[in-house]
Design a protein around this ligand. Structure first.
Ligand code: C2O
Ligand code: CU
Ligand code: CU
Length: 526
C-alpha cells in the first residue's frame, strides 16, 4: 500500500487484510488508499469470530482495545502467534455503542507494529444510540489521527534512539485515516466525527480554527449523558472522541480547519509555553505542543435540513466511592520515571510477575489512583524541594552526562543537555531539583484493559504549572473511559468494574514507546 507524501518509493507498511465471510453488509469498510485496517462495525450482543493469520516475519497478536472480552481473547502477548500461525478469536460484543481500536500487543513490538500500519477502528452500535438518529452513513466519518516520519525515499522512519523511546516517537507529518493532507468536502449539515488518536506518542489539543467550540457527544466508552462544548479538547494516544460537527449555516465554499493548538507541560523541555522537542532525528518537524493543522473541511453542498443535536444522549450510572470494594485503599497505579526507566508500580513489565496489589477479586468495583511516584514534577514549576512523596525518591538525572539529542545514545542518557548547549539552554519542564539533581516528568496516557472506567477526580500534587493551564480545560470527564492522560504532578482517581472474566488484564502507558520499554503491568482478576 502506498501513501503518496513524497516522491520516491511507495511506503511499505504492515496491513490487516480483511475478508468478510459472513455478517451484515457494513461489517467491514475499507478506507480507500489507506494503510489502516478496515473499520469493523459490530452490534451489541453480536457473536463474533475473527481469524488472525500471522503473515509477518515476527510474532504478533491483536488486542481489541476497549472491548470487554475474556482474558484469553484480549490479545495478551502471552498468546502471541508466530509466522504462519492462526489464532481464532471468539467473543460476544458486550460493549455499549462506542468506538474502539484493534491493534497488535506484541511483546516489545507494539509501537513498531502500530507505527507501520497495523491498527484499525471498531465501531459498536446499540439500540440506545440508534434511537437518537445521529448522523450516519456518509455523515459519520472516522478520523484516525497519526503522525509519521518519512525518509527521502518515502519510507517510514521509526524510533531508533534511546531518546525516542524515553520521550515517545514523534513524526513530522500528520495523517488522517492513513492519508496525508486530509480534506473533507461536506454538506451544510451536522456530521458525526469519530475521532481516534492512533499515534504512538503524540498528544493533540484539538480546536476549530475559527474558534467555534468543539461539541463532544462521546468519549472512549460511548455517548456522554449530554453534549459538552469546549474551546479545545485534549486527545492522547488511545483516546477517542465523538464530535458533533455542525456545518449547517455555513456558506457554500466556506472552509474550516481542525487544528492542534499550542500547549506545554506534557514533555520535559516544554517549559512555560516553550515547545517540546522535535520528533525523530530529522528534527525538522512538528514539535509536540506547536500549532498545526489536522485536516480541512470545505462546504461544497448546500442542504436545507440538518439533524439537531439531542439534548439528552444517554444515561450513565455514576459510580461513587461507596460502590467500591476498597473505598479507603485505592489500587495504586504508580508512574515512575527516570533515565532508562519508565515503569508502573516500580517494576518493568515481566510475564508472571503479578504483585499483591495487582490482584483483583472478580466481580468487584475498584477505586484506583494513578500518580507520579516522585511526588513532584509539577509540569514546569521547577520547584526545588523533593521532600514530599518520594517513594521512589525520583531517579535523579543530575550528574548524568547528557548528550546531544541526535546522537546515538548507546542506551544511556536522555539525549538532552542540561544547562545550555545544543538545545539552547532549554530547561526541562517538569524537571525538578535545584541544580544538583534533576528529574523529569511527563504526561502519560494510562490505559486499562477490560471494562471502561469512570474518572472520579483529578488533583494536582502541588501548585498549578503554566503548562497545566494550557491543557486543563480540554479533559472530558463525565463519560466512560479506558485511557486517561495523566499530566505531570496530577493524581487521577478512577472507579473501574472488573466483572465477568478472570485472568490477566494489562494496564500500561499508551505512549507505545513507553509500553514497549516496559511501562506495563498485569492485573490478575481472580
Ligand atoms: Cu490500545 Cu493494551 O492497548
Ligand atoms: Cu487496550
Ligand atoms: Cu508514558
Amino acid at each position: 500500500s502506498s501513501v503518496g507524501i513524497l516522491p520516491g518509493q511507495p511506503t511499505r507498511v504492515l496491513q490487516y487484510a480483511a475478508k468478510l465471510i459472513k455478517g451484515p453488509a457494513n461489517t467491514l469498510t475499507e478506507i480507500p488508499g489507506s494503510y489502516l485496517g478496515p473499520v469493523l462495525r459490530f452490534e451489541k450482543g453480536q457473536k463474533i469470530r475473527i481469524n488472525l493469520h500471522n503473515q509477518l516475519d515476527t510474532p504478533t497478536i491483536t488486542h481489541w482495545h476497549g472491548l470487554h472480552v475474556p482474558a484469553e481473547m484480549d490479545g495478551h502477548p502471552l498468546y502471541q502467534i508466530d509466522k504462519g500461525e492462526i489464532l481464532v478469536y471468539e467473543f460476544e460484543m458486550l460493549n455499549r455503542a462506542s468506538m474502539n481500536i484493534y491493534h497488535p500487543h506484541t511483546h516489545n513490538l507494539t509501537g513498531e507494529h502500530v507505527y507501520r500500519g497495523l491498527a484499525g477502528a471498531i465501531l459498536v452500535n446499540d439500540a440506545e444510540e440508534r434511537k437518537l438518529e445521529l448522523p450516519g452513513g456518509e455523515y459519520e466519518v472516522p478520523i484516525v489521527i497519526q503522525d509519521r516520519l518519512f525518509d527521502s525515499n518515502n519510507q517510514l522512519i521509526y524510533a531508533r534512539h534511546m531518546h525516542d523511546r524515553m520521550m515517545g516517537f514523534y513524526g513530522d507529518r500528520i495523517l488522517v485515516n492513513g492519508l496525508p493532507n486530509f480534506h473533507l468536502d461536506v454538506a451544510s449539515r451536522a456530521y458525526r466525527l469519530r475521532v481516534l488518536n492512533g499515534s504512538t506518542a503524540r498528544i493533540y489539543k484539538l480546536a476549530w480554527d475559527d474558534n467555534t467550540p468543539i461539541t463532544v457527544i462521546g468519549t472512549d466508552g460511548g455517548l456522554l449523558e449530554t453534549p459538552v462544548k469546549k474551546p479545545y479538547v485534549m486527545l492522547a494516544p488511545g483516546e477517542r472522541l465523538d464530535i458533533w460537527a455542525d456545518f449547517s449555516g455555513r456558506k457554500l465554499g466556506s472552509r474550516l480547519q481542525l487544528r492542534s493548538r499550542e500547549f506545554s507541560g506534557a514533555l520535559p523541555g516544554m517549559m512555560g509555553g516553550g515547545r517540546g522537542m522535535r520528533g525523530g532525528m530529522h528534527g525538522s518537524g512538528l514539535p509536540l505542543g506547536s500549532d498545526y493543522p489536522i485536516f480541512s473541511v470545505k462546504v461544497t453542498r448546500q442542504i436545507s435540513d440538518s439533524p439537531t443535536l439531542p439534548k439528552k444522549l444517554s444515561t450513565i450510572k455514576r459510580y461513587t466511592v461507596a460502590d467500591t470494594a476498597n473505598p479507603s485503599k485505592p489500587v495504586p497505579i504508580a508512574i515512575s520515571e527516570g533515565p532508562m526507566k519508565m515503569v508502573l508500580n516500580g517494576r518493568p513489565y515481566a510475564f508472571n510477575d503479578v504483585q499483591p496489589n495487582e490482584r483483583i477479586p472478580v466481580d468487584t468495583v475498584q477505586l484506583m489512583e494513578i500518580f507520579h511516584t516522585h511526588g513532584g514534577g509539577h509540569g514546569g514549576t521547577a520547584k526545588p524541594d523533593m521532600q514530599h512523596g518520594g517513594e521512589e525518591s525520583g531517579r535523579k538525572m543530575g550528574g548524568m552526562r547528557m548528550r546531544g539529542m541526535n546522537h546515538e545514545d548507546g542506551g544511556m542518557g536522555m539525549g538532552m543537555r542540561h544547562g545550555g548547549g545544543e538545545q539552547g539552554g532549554h530547561k526541562m519542564g517538569g524537571m525538578m531539583g535545584g541544580g544538583r539533581g534533576m528529574m523529569m516528568s511527563m504526561a502519560h496516557p494510562i490505559h486499562l484493559h477490560g471494562q471502561y472506567f469512570q474518572i472520579l477526580n483529578r488533583s494536582l500534587d502541588g501548585p498549578e504549572s503554566a503548562g497545566y493551564a494550557s491543557v486543563k480545560h480540554g479533559f472530558i470527564e463525565g463519560g466512560w473511559k479506558d485511557t486517561v492522560l495523566v499530566m505531570p504532578g496530577e493524581r487521577v482517581k478512577i472507579i473501574k468494574p472488573f466483572q465477568d472474566f478472570k485472568g490477566l488484564f494489562m494496564f500500561h502507558c499508551h505512549n507505545l514507546e513507553h509500553e514497549d520499554m516496559g511501562m506495563m503491568r498485569d492485573f490478575s482478576v481472580e
